[in-house]
Design a protein around this ligand. Sequence first.
Ligand code: SAM
Ligand code: F3S
Length: 446
Amino acid sequence: MSTKLYIKTYGCQMNEYDSQKTLEILKQDPTIKETYDLYDADIILLNTCSIREKAEEKVYSELGRLKKLKEKNPKLKIGVGGCVATQEGKNIYKRAPYVDLIFGPQTIHKVPSLIKQENKIQAVDVSFPIEEKFDSLPAPEATGPTSFVSIMEGCSKYCSFCVVPYTRGDEVSRNPEQIFDEVARLIEQGVSEITFVGQNVNSYRYSFKGRMLSLSDLIEVCGAIEGVDRIRYTTSHPLDMTDDLIDVYGYVPQLVNHLHLPVQSGSNEILTKMKRNYTREDYLQIISKLRKARSNIKISSDFIVGFPNETNKDFQQTMDLIEKVQFDASFSFIFSPRPGTPASQLEDKTPPTQKKERLQILQDRIDYFQRRYSKELVGTIQRCLVTGVSKKDSKQLQARTECNRVVNFDFQNINILGKLVDINIIEAYSHSLAGKIFNPEERYSA
Ligand code: SAM
Ligand code: F3S
């Protein structure tokens, strides 16, 4: 008889990576099979996020629903992992006593033994044995043509608003041999796009055979591996956007024309209060260097609106930066005070309605640039990675441009799945593009 496992993931790419790895770790037991049906599961794991209050509340409301399943089936095992687990630890049992195990982002390799643990207090492990975690990861299992590869864990930047250093621990970079082994195994299984992930991915540093390796070295080596058609990395910090990393855009063609580089605010006063350790001028200089290395690179960002006592002038500085950089699709959030962070202690007189207004103004402007870029793509030929069947129309395939836009198109040959193809963009919609394969007979005849 098999044991059915259901994993629900909240939050960032690091959590997506961890969920995939947890699945691979648990599937080493051949009796464990993945299910996508919550009601059919024998084990339910929630891989949680605590970056903002809303994300955390979602977890507790999901746990409320799971309580009913546990009442019907007392043998059901419920586990809470991820950043809420580290933040709350065994206190989760107070709000949800029916939870069976609690594990952190750095103890996913211990889940098989925690599941078997009968003593609930011993079924809690939210420590940070990051190297042990990397050493314990099984061979990766590809799930499609694109895959994440974790190159570092944790964050040592301690931005004043952010909970991550407390929930994921300080930065630890991964041994490059493990990284390239994982890349090679994924390529063997048909993966063609690698995304290096890390909470602060460009702070990667590893002393290897007498040399200090950085992210630019990983990109260069990865670009030389046959079968690696595309390389991405996320999420970067502006402070670690060193010249060697910018230069690599000039000579590794597989590195995409898109960079997600969170700026958070365009006001130097707020950046200082956020403890970001760069100024708006530093940020603009990085963008200018990047555009010299790759003239058509698209930049997206994260913004926090309504940081304690953000003035109108501060907000206008952010809007001015948006005009200067002309960001592509970005993420923007209202500041959410997180437990234990210095910014949560700051007095804040800005009314919530004003914060909401500012967020709307910012999002409208970014949407404008996003739509404008999409329209500019109409009539151009874009090199796209074919990622699967279109969600809207099963007679179409779906591909992604370098700046991560979805393109739906008709196809004659399913063998192009997972391949790079040239697509003529014919229409731009708000969340996707429509295209036609460029010269299919010449290039992709079976
Ligand atoms: N490495 C990235 C950087 O350099 O900024 C940080 C990634 S962080 C995990 C993801 C995003 O969540 C941040 O960029 C920030 O915009 C947002 N965020 C983090 N803490 C927040 C808070 N307390 N309130 C609102 N948004 C927050
Ligand atoms: Fe958070 Fe700042 Fe690190 S936003 S993840 S503490 S770079």
